[in-house]
Each structure stands twice: as C-alpha cells, then as structure tokens.
Design a protein around this ligand. Sequence first.
Ligand code: GRG
Length: 291
Amino acid sequence: MDIERWLQETRQTVEEWIQQDALSRAAEPGAVEEAMRYSLLAGGKRLRPQLVMASSLYLGLPADTFREAALAVEYIHTYSLIHDDLPAMDNDDLRRGQPTAHKMFPEAMAILSGDALLTEAFVKMGHFQAARAEDVLQATTYLAEAAGRQGLIRGQVMDLAAERQPVDLTDLQDIHRHKTGALFRAALVIPAILSRNWDEQESLLQFGEHFGLAFQIVDDILNVVGDPEALGKNVGTDSQLGKATYPRLVGIDQARRLADDHRIRAKIAIGSGPQSDILRSLVDFAVDRQW
Ligand code: GRG
C-alpha cells in the first residue's frame, strides 16, 4: 500500500468535500462564510478526517462512510487553530503558510468564524443520515465532550496556566491528552459508535491515546528544530511563550524516544492485520513528518 498516495488522495478528497459544502457557496465578501472558508481552505494536513477514514477502513467500511463526521472534526480543529492564534491566546500571525485569520480579517470576524465553525460541526453531525438516530446522538455527544470543557478547552486552559510555571511529565501528558488527544480520539472512535462496532472501540481509543501523544511530542520537537516554510507556521514560539513542552522537559533526544515509544504502543493497540495497515502508516507519518 502506497501511503504517500493515500495521504495525497484523501487530502484532495477532504478539500473537495469542503468546497462542496453549502457554506462555501455562500462566501460573499464581508460574510462570516468568507472567513470560515479562508481558514478551512488554507491548507493543512487533514489528519483528523484521514483518521475518520482510516478508522472506517479498519472497521471494514468504505473510507467515505462518515464524511459528515470527517468534516465535523476538521471544522472543530480549524476553529481551535483560529482561536489559538488570537492575540489573547498564542498571538500568532502565520498558520498553514498563510496570515492567521485575525491578520486577514477584523479580529471580531476571526472570532466569529471560529464560533461558526464550531457550531457548524454539530450541524454536520445533526444532518447525518447513514446511521441510527440514537447512535448519531451518542457520537455527537462524544464529539461535544471532546471539544468542550473536559477535552480541548480543558487542555487549552491547562496549557495557558502552565506557561512559565514548573511542570512535570505527568502534567504535560495531561495537557496534551486534552488539548491535542481528545479530537484525535473522537475522530477514531466516532466511526465505531456510528457503526455499532463496540468490540473495536477500545482498540481505537488506545490507538488514539498513543497517536495523540506521539503527534504532540513531534509537534513540540518541530517547534524547536522544524523548518517554518515546511510547517507553514512560525517556530520557536513555544519557548518565547515559556510553554511546557517535551523538549523543554526532557531534551530533544529523549522526546524522540518517547514519540517512538507511543508509536509502538499505538501499533500494538490495533494489531497487525491488513485492516490496520493505514492506521499503522498514519502513526508513522505523525512521528516521521517534517510538517
Ligand atoms: C475556545 C478560546 C478557545 C480556544 C480553543 C482548544 C484550543 C483553543 C486550541 C488548541 C489548538 C491546538 C494548537 C492544539 C494543539 C494541537 C496541534 C498541534 C494542532 C496542529 O495540528 P495539525 O498539525 O494542523 O494537524 P494542520 O494545520 O495540519 O491541520
């Protein structure tokens, strides 16, 4: 299986799904949809929708079975990036190789476009037709919990509180399990909920747990040694903000070893059968990536 080709083709598929979305058709100048569309189509790896697709394949279903859920997680992710970049948060001016939303649009419009993307994600889930209503409800609640005060938001609050404070590895892992891991886990588990594959839910959850930690450790490493052009965002920002990161706590080499350890644990969680090929390759991509 040619993973590079799979990644490229599915990235293209996600671009097309976003382009076809009703919100893209209403993108008049000055409308909130213009700012939503700007951030959504600015690029990005599309890893979270790819995880929805890879999870579907793992469960023996076509990759596009849960298109609405794939879009929902990407919309929530994009909203979180817009808000994370705001002056009140990380105050970044470059994202996905482009000026951040609040640099392109009035700050209020950037905030509103993030709010609208978050809510649009739940509109997507509400329009889901290819599963039983009770399963859609459970999947939607799972996604809301991942995005909310017990998930992303909690991680972000912990992350901000940890700036310039003494933090140990347990605290750091807790921050990342919420800030980064919650949405990855949701992307993986939602297909199992919607297809009533209870047996595989725990394996996917465990895979997501280690995938998220591996991904974030590498993200921290790239913020120190990465190429800003390849990454499409500024580097060195974590240290400027006094952020708690793996390189700061354990150094680059040990951070790489920890990422490798989570890569192995993620692979163990899903076994070595052909149905887990893509998931295994995705964790390799998350650890070996340069962007
Ligand atoms: C609600 C005010 C408010 C803020 C939400 C939760 C949150 C802010 C921000 C968290 C966002 C964040 C930076 C999480 C860390 C995860 C991470 C490394 C994101 C980058 O993901 P990639 O590399 O991005 O997949 P692309 O651009 O490729 O999609």
